[in-house]
Design a protein around this ligand. Sequence first.
Ligand code: GLU
Length: 499
Amino acid sequence: MTASTPASTLTGPRLRVAPSPTGDPHVGTAYMSMFDLAYARQQGGQFVLRIEDTDRKRLVEGAEEQVYDTLHWLGLDWDEGPDKGGPFAPYRQSERLETYQPYVDRLLAEGKAYHCWCSAERLTQMRERQQKLKQATGYDRLCLGKTREERAELPGFTQTPVVRMLVPEDVDLTWDDLVMGRSSAPRPDDQVILKADGFPTYHLAVVVDDHEMGITHVVRGQDWMSSTPKHTLLYQMLGLEPPKFAHMPQLLESGKKKISKRRNPWARLTWFREQGYLPEALVNFLALQCYPPIVEADGSEREIFTFADFTERFQWDKVKRAGAIFNLDKLEWLNGQYIRALDVDDLADRIVAHLRRVGVIEGEPTDEQLALLRAATPLVQERMQLLSEAEGMLAFLLVADEDVLVEDDAVASLKGDPAQVLDAALPALESLDSWAADDIQAALRAAIVDGLGIKPRLAFGPLRVGITGRRVSPPLFESMEILGRESTLARLRSFRATL
Ligand code: GLU
């Protein structure tokens, strides 16, 4: 046993999140982490990140890094973990193999576990037979009580055995859950705890590590409830105190199915960053999936709250038991609220970071690009729900004048005679002394609306398309001011030439 600090000397609760690095991290990892962290912080305890990589066939390279990146991005930082170390290192299960062996040896010596040499083919045939006879499926204990030699004489023998726990007839299938109350799950068959490759299964590793790492509260999704009796039995067999369990409601898609990375892009944590959600909006949204809004002293309800607000008030008995539908419209609305509440410079920095992440800005932005984006941020702050919308709205500021891409649908949307509009606009702008939005607007109104008698609704479309290449843009006159006289005129002239 590797722990250098006895778990019993710790004070305060210890919670952990234990993702398996099997691909792009699941949004559930963040969902669990936020409850872990809130409770740990509220109670002066610790939050541990453990990597559960015992299923060697499912490992995906880079997935562990993505867990770190996405949780850091969300501000859900851990106190101990593989990248940080801590008193119970290592925190990666594949590096803890010698930790599990003594537990297995003890269970074997006490007759609470046994070797099983059944081949995969035999187990499949057994299951098919049980299904055909409409019997409960489960291991039939062919190997129980047999020596290797005795078993070798029977069919379906393999050389390298697994170890199974012996589930007694009177196994307790119930527990008190912090969220679900008195709970129970079906009786398990004799579970494999040590695989033929020498790696523990999830069930053994999770129990041993939660014990060794002094974990006091296991927070996980309700889909793990069927495993809980296996774990409480292992605790009992090993004479260990089990942690408290909190099984959180599932995140559901609209058909009330559990969300899955296969069907739902938003099950992938990285998706939210790519789409331009703010981490604090996502954390707030995840809390609302199973936690009521904050009730103020005057009885009013507040759905928008910081993680600190949530941490201060969090109570297990307020967590709802039923799963919530993952409502992306609601998340988008929430994100818009957060964007509007940001300080402009902060929003500008996040827009820049987003544009870099998606490659609209390659490498370090130039001072000129930064100045343009900072100046334009107030123009888009009220109009955005997602940072990704900045890509379309502000990209015109980042391209050279000769590279403005005029979109076909933008040209097609222009009514009347755009050439006539531009021919009136260009001299009016060329002779302007001041390049402030108000003066630009006054000059263009005089030239186009008054001069040509074109309705304001139609008057400025050709200018918008010429400058931004798009049908929709931030407010036009402010955009022209920020873009500057020279670029504005250059773009309008070259658009005129194409008409
Ligand atoms: N490794 C498991 C997972 O990937 C952890 C489940 C638990 O929290 O016990 O979700």
